[in-house]
Design a protein around this ligand. Structure first.
Ligand code: NDP
Length: 345
């Protein structure tokens, strides 16, 4: 594509509201490659790879960015979208050549560098991962940051030595992107999974189809409870934080582990040291954005072999670029289920 050819992208920028106050706003704009090469969110000139983007996806963080909430985007103007899947059309990085299918999850996309809600992208070659042969572009985007984070969380439990014979594993935020992929990965690995959801009436059948053996209502975890409660779970994957995470920690069995990756309920953690010092419970943090390349490749290799692709398809909804604005409101309001891919190419 020549530097002057135009393509569509969702751009977040600073603007001033009617009262003269600064705010963030997103809009569908027509850009050129020259636009991507200039400004604070441009990739470093050395090692940039030009992609024809086929799909991106919608994650909770994308909802925040597109809705103009502070905290995700930090360079302006910036193309939103923390996930990118596409084909290399030109590369200044020796590792990549035209025709390679590649993906990016996080790595600064939609934070400090342009992201994936665009037909063309310029991405630093060092943060790209090859799309595994077993996965189409659409499925790689359906996995996206949420599925990648679920896999990182499962790897964290494995590193801690948790196995299916140790007992049931709890997954919070069950109907969400991270939760849905975590349930299917754990169930396929032989774990007995208990899913915590606020939408059992609507999503109960869905969660059971992914492999949840038992469902618990989110309300059971919503009130501050005793620092030590009945020991129920060998491990947990938590994407909600807050009081629910404090209660999860209080219910994990001696020596168990909790992988904490999200804050859908709250960034707070009103807990005590009791689960740690009296039950030897471990709390492991999971961060997808800055995961080193070797860990990214390990997680994607496992996703390619371990994930049930029929279940992935069943949890996936497809939208177009223009639908992202409404979908952003939906994910922030907790109305979405599973994963949403954004078809671009
Ligand atoms: P989703 O919105 O798809 O899922 C979140 C789920 O959490 C909802 O579907 C809902 O499930 C549950 N939930 C929503 N609000 C509340 C609440 N107030 N209290 C308890 N549960 C609630 O988001 P994602 O799966 O994409 O992301 C989940 C979290 O993980 C987000 O906070 C996100 O920022 C974080 N994240 C972190 C990453 C990292 O690198 N650490 C990477 C990816 C995501 P249900 O209706 O079943 O209860």
């Amino acid at each position: 594509m020549g530097s002057a050819e135009r393509f569509r992208a969702i751009v977040v920028d600073r603007e001033t509201d009617a009262a003269g106050k600064p705010r963030l706003a997103s809009a569908l704009r027509e850009l050129t490659l020259a636009d991507l090469r200039t400004g604070d969110a441009a990739p470093d000139a050395a090692g940039a790879v030009e992609l024809a983007v086929s799909y991106s996806s919608l994650n909770y963080k994308d909802g925040l960015a597109v809705a103009g909430k502070p905290g995700v985007t930090r360079s302006y103007p910036i193309v939103a979208g923390i996930d990118v899947v596409g084909t290399v059309v030109g590369s200044d990085d020796d590792r990549w050549a035209a025709g390679d299918r590649v993906l990016l999850n996080g790595g600064g996309a939609s934070e400090t560098r342009h992201g994936g809600y665009t037909a063309r992208a310029l991405i630093a070659g060092g943060s790209l991962v090859r799309v595994p042969d077993q996965l189409t572009d659409r499925r790689a985007a359906a996995i996206g940051t949420a599925g990648f984070t679920a896999m990182l969380s499962v790897l964290a439990l494995e590193r801690h030595g948790v196995s299916p014979t140790d007992g049931p594993v709890l997954v919070t935020g069950a109907s969400g992107g991270v939760g849905s992929v975590a349930i299917t990965l754990l169930a396929r690995a032989g774990f007995e999974v208990t899913a915590v959801t606020g939408r059992a009436a609507d999503n109960g059948e869905y969660l059971r189809s992914l492999g949840a053996a038992e469902l618990l209502d989110r309300d059971e975890f919503a009130e501050v409870g005793k620092p030590l409660q009945s020991q129920r779970w060998a491990a947990a994957i938590d994407s909600v934080g807050g009081v629910p995470l404090a209660n999860v920690l209080a219910q994990v069995r001696y020596g168990g582990v909790v992988a904490a990756c999200g804050l859908a309920a709250s960034p707070d953690l009103p807990t005590t040291v009791m689960p740690f010092i009296l039950r030897a419970v471990s709390l492991v943090g999971v961060n997808s954005v800055e995961a080193p390349l070797a860990l990214r490749e390990q997680a994607w290799a496992r996703l390619a072999t371990d994930l049930d692709l029929d279940q992935l398809d069943a949890m996936t909804t497809q939208i177009g670029l223009a639908d992202v604005f409404a979908a952003a409101d939906d994910i922030l309001a907790g109305r979405t289920r599973g994963r949403t891919v954004v078809a671009i190419g």
